[in-house]
Structure formats: structure tokens, C-alpha cells
Design a protein around this ligand. Structure first.
Ligand SMILES: Nc1ncnc2c1ncn2[C@@H]1O[C@H](COP(=O)(O)OP(=O)(O)OP(=O)(O)O)[C@@H](O)[C@H]1O
Ligand SMILES: [Mg+2]
Length: 278
């Protein structure tokens, strides 16, 4: 079932074609990621889907409705986590949850949500005493009390250390297991590759590639590179079957074997001639 349908979406700011005729579908229970460099049009796209910006052209349906005219019943099925969700520094974690529960009218157990997100031990801590990763988890927790069906996450792990990032990834996969649909924007290709059912790579307002991460990599035709030292000589092999190449190299007595498989970053570079990150 399609939760989001977008056809020929356009948004221009003067001469800047922020979103330039893009089309995609997001299925229920999927993690769908918009990946692209700074200025690609990710935030513009996601804010149009959330009903926060008006579009200049195209057709958009989110949970069956046009975001420019969302009904209250659809709004209650959405959760939006901004990169910088405003939290009150002088409230405790528990007070923050109660506040947002009143705002969203949710009735899920706050205890369950905090435990799921690893914040139960911090329930009496003031928000201003939380670490960056804990704040980000609280921002996510605060929109889960009304049990949303569709969750928008704009760059959920930007600026976090690897452990905090992993923790957020686990939470996202857990929400997916509960059948929720997650719409993610990120410029971390490892994040998109690890979490997504479908990755949509955007650049300069257009979609340059879309599909399951493995499928995109396969379609690019990029090969794995295996390097090794064989009888004192350094060798490099390009192959579609790196495991087999490694097995053969071991049999021949090769040492210092190193495999590098292509990733989404390589695909982006291959398609656009530019790096994903500035
Ligand atoms: N309100 C606005 N007024 C004018 N131009 C805008 C506005 N919002 C976005 N743009 C322009 O549209 C383009 C896409 O911006 P957008 O914020 O959607 O990119 P992004 O992919 O989210 O980038 P980032 O990774 O840096 O967050 C950029 O060139 C930006 O300068
Ligand atoms: Mg953005």
C-alpha cells in the first residue's frame, strides 16, 4: 500500500529549481531515504510532504490526502522530527513527554516509549543536562506518544558520535518492525545504505537514482576492488565476485588481502562526477 505518492513535484525559488519534477512512491512499513548533497532539495521536498510548504506543481498524496489540505485525522497519524526540535531546557524528560502528550493528544504509555528509546533512567533529568544523542532521542520520543503511522525524520543523526548514531538507527529499525513508515532525509550514505528499503538519491532538484541500496549498486555496474600481495608483488583485481577472488588469492598464498565493495557514495560520484559531501 502506498503511504506517499509524488508525481512531477516542482518547487522554484526565483531561478533556483529547488525541486524540479520528481516522482516517487513510499510503501507502508518501508524506510525511505532521500539522500543528496547540501542544496539537493531534500528539506524542500520533505516540508512539502509535511504540509509546511506549498508546491509550484505536481501531485502529492500523503496517507491519501493532499498535504496542502490535511484533515485533522491525517495530521494525527503523522509525526515530524525536525533536526532541531525545540525542547524546554528546564523541564525534565518526564515533564517533556507529558507536555507533548497533551499537545498531540496521545495515550500511549510514556513509560513504554521512554524504555523503548533508552531514556527511562533519565526520566528525572533536566533536558539541559542531556547529551546530544539523548536530546535527539527525546525529540523522537516526544512525537511517539500518539502512536503515529508515518514518521518524518530530517537528518536524525547529524553531528552525533558513532555510538549515538547506532542507537538512533536501532530505534528507527524498531519502529519499522512495528509496521510504521519512516521517511528519512540524510546526507550520510552509510545511514541510507544501512536503514533503507528504498533510497532516492537527489541532486540539484532531480532524482539521479532510486531503488534498494544493493540494487542501485548492482545497476551502477561498479565492481569490487580486491588488493593483495602475491609473491612480493602488489596486485589489484576488479571483480563482481570479491569473495571468490579472495578464496582464489588465499589458495595461491596471497597476503594482506583487502576488499573494497562499492557503496552509495561511489554510485553518486559515478553518476554525477561529484562527491556526495561538500
Ligand atoms: N525559502 C527559500 N528561499 C529561497 N531559496 C530556498 C529556500 N529554501 C530552499 N532554497 C534553495 O533551494 C535549494 C534546495 O534547498 P534544500 O534546503 O531543500 O536542500 P537540502 O537538500 O535540504 O540541503 P541540506 O543538505 O543542506 O539541508 C537550495 O539551493 C536552497 O538555497
Ligand atoms: Mg536540508
Amino acid at each position: 500500500m502506498a503511504v506517499i505518492e509524488v508525481e512531477g513535484l516542482k518547487k522554484y525559488y526565483g531561478d533556483v529549481r529547488a525541486v524540479d519534477g520528481i516522482s516517487f512512491t513510499v510503501l507502508k512499513g518501508h524506510v525511505f531515504s532521500l539522500l543528496g548533497p547540501n542544496g539537493a532539495g531534500k528539506t524542500t521536498t520533505v516540508e512539502i510532504l509535511e504540509g509546511l510548504r506549498k508546491r509550484d506543481g505536481g501531485r502529492v498524496r500523503v496517507l491519501g490526502e493532499d498535504p496542502e489540505n490535511f484533515s485533522n485525522s491525517v495530521k494525527r497519524k503523522l509525526a515530524i522530527v525536525f533536526q532541531e526540535t525545540a525542547l524546554f531546557d528546564n523541564l525534565t524528560v518526564m515533564e517533556t513527554m507529558r507536555f507533548f502528550q497533551k499537545v498531540y493528544g496521545g495515550n500511549s504509555s510514556v513509560e513504554r516509549v521512554l524504555k523503548d528509546l533508552g531514556l527511562w533512567e533519565k526520566r528525572k533529568a533536566l533536558v539541559r543536562h542531556l547529551s546530544g544523542g539523548q536530546r535527539r532521542r527525546l525529540a523522537l520520543a516526544s512525537v511517539l506518544s500518539h502512536d503515529p503511522e508515518l514518521i518524518f525524520l530530517d537528518e536524525p543523526t547529524t553531528g552525533l558520535d558513532p555510538a549515538a548514531r547506532r542507537k538512533i538507527w536501532e530505534i528507527i529499525l524498531d519502529l519499522k518492525r512495528q509496521g510504521k513508515t519512516i521517511f528519512l532525509t540524510t546526507h550520510y550514505m552509510e545511514e541510507a545504505q544501512f536503514l533503507s528499503d528504498v533510497v532516492c538519491i537527489m541532486d540539484r532538484g532531480k532524482i539521479v537514482e532510486m531503488g534498494a541500496p544493493e540494487e542501485i549498486i548492482k545497476r551502477s555496474g561498479l565492481k569490487s576492488v580486491v588488493k593483495a600481495t602475491l609473491h612480493g608483488n602488489e596486485i589489484t583485481i576488479e571483480t563482481d565476485e570479491p569473495e571468490r577472488a579472495v578464496k582464489e588469492l588465499i589458495e595461491k598464498g596471497a597476503e594482506e588481502i583487502n576488499i573494497r565493495k562499492p557503496n552509495l557514495e561511489d554510485v553518486f560520484l559515478h553518476l554525477t562526477g561529484r562527491e556526495l559531501r561538500d
